[in-house]
Design a protein. Structure first.
Length: 415
């Protein structure tokens, strides 16, 4: 009797050890009511007509003939006021009305713009730029509407130089590809085309590593075109991982960081409010994978895992909303109870008490990237939301600090 008991306890110990070394499996919840699901099959979208509006009565030109523009129509309503119409690519659509256009005049004058949104309300404070690179927020004395109004009304001081007016800074796919190329000059960074968008633009992934590629951190951004503050924080975050700090050098020897900074190039370049060129919110396509952009990322990551017997240890998807917050898995759903997200949040907030992130548990059912990480990759992930109006200098500093803190946490968790 003694020998079998020993064998049984040995088998039991092996099973216990095995189960501890395996990530916890959390499948997608079963579909009991399909009306709770978001259909992510492609739909028709409306393309804006690209044109330059010229109003000889007042000597003013307004154009949407550039990448990232959105202005569907424009009429003169009196000798100093233009009324613009801003439509989404299709609807229903999230309340994130993007607008961007360029104005110039044959003389110095003040012009009032009234923007009317179809299927939306005012959200983004107008940003102005003379060169398309440096942006300032409109002066509060020139803005005559508040968030959630159905229209926006503001005054612009025109002279002979063209001025860009936009919901947020215009940061196109092309600019992102150039950023990737610049970073990829470093010996430890490579970039790959992992697929193509609906309109044939490359979906680029960067790999930052000096490791054996078995431990992965995955970073996404720009599923939603207007979410510029999140994109900016991602840039600072990634540049810190690619930087020369002691922590970064140590981290790269242990981890591989896969970055897909531009998930929705078609939406970004066509000035969409939310969707890709298939008329779909990409961040609802992480369960059924009907769109090429999400499918490309999934295939790339799964192939990496299989080829090297690798594991994704954490995922971050950068976005923007009204305030700074982390959408987290519910505490009870954290695989293995690691709770990396709360550790990260607390350590960032310690350094930025004036601009803290709020934790928002958001369940495990939504068809979003965070839940794909959880259900298919069996790993913890967050939606990292940066406020629409968060100070851009803070964003830069906080992205750096968040990056250093996460590297330290992951190095400690996975020695
Ligand atoms: Zn978003």
């Amino acid at each position: 009797m003694k020998a079998p008991r020993k064998i049984m306890s040995l088998i039991f110990s092996i099973l216990v050890l095995y189960s501890f070394s395996q990530p916890v499996q959390i499948p997608w919840p079963e579909v009991t009511d399909s009306s709770n699901l978001v259909d992510t099959r492609s739909q028709e979208i409306n393309y804006q007509v690209k044109r330059t509006f010229f109003f000889p009565e007042i000597g003013v030109n307004v154009s949407n003939e550039f990448t990232g523009a959105r202005l569907n129509d424009l009429i003169l309503i009196n000798d100093s006021t233009l009324s613009g119409f801003i439509y989404p690519e299709n609807h229903p659509v999230n309340m994130s009305p993007w607008y961007a256009f360029r104005v110039w005049s044959d003389s110095t004058k003040d012009i009032y713009f009234k923007l009317q949104y179809a299927h939306g309300r005012h959200r983004y404070l107008p940003k102005l730029s003379r060169d398309g690179i440096n942006w300032i927020q409109i002066d509060s004395t020139d803005l005559f509407s508040t968030v959630d109004d159905t229209t926006t009304f503001f005054r612009i001081h025109l002279n002979y130089d063209a001025i860009w007016i936009s919901a947020q800074e215009i940061l196109t796919s092309d600019l992102t590809y150039r950023w990737i190329d610049r970073l990829s000059r470093k010996t430890f960074i490579t970039s790959n085309i992992i697929g193509y968008s609906t309109l044939g633009k490359p979906i680029m992934a960067m790999s930052i590593t000096e490791s054996d590629g078995k431990n992965l951190l995955v970073i996404l951004s720009r599923q939603h075109p207007p979410e510029i503050p999140g994109f900016k924080e991602m840039i600072s975050f990634v540049e810190t991982i690619a930087g020369n700090s002691k922590t970064a050098r140590k981290f790269r020897k242990r981890f591989e960081v896969v970055v897909v900074p531009m998930m929705n190039p078609d939406g970004v370049d066509n000035g969409h409010w939310r969707h890709n060129a298939g008329g779909v919110d990409l961040n609802r396509d992480w369960r059924f994978f009907n769109q090429p952009e999400t499918t490309a990322l999934r295939k790339f990551i799964l192939a990496k895992i299989q080829k090297r017997n690798a594991r994704v240890h954490y995922g971050i998807d950068f976005h923007s909303t009204q305030t700074d917050l982390f959408y987290l898995p519910d505490e009870k759903d954290l695989p293995g109870g690691e709770g990396i997200s709360m550790k990260l949040l607390n350590s960032i907030n310690k350094s930025f008490p004036e601009n803290p992130f709020t934790p928002e548990p958001s369940g495990i059912e939504g068809q979003i990237s965070k839940n794909w990480f959880l259900h298919e990759l069996k790993t913890e992930a967050i939606t990292y939301e940066v406020g629409d109006n968060t100070d851009r200098e803070i964003i830069k500093k906080r992205g750096k600090e968040a990056s250093l803190q996460l590297m330290k946490i992951l190095l400690k968790e996975y020695k």
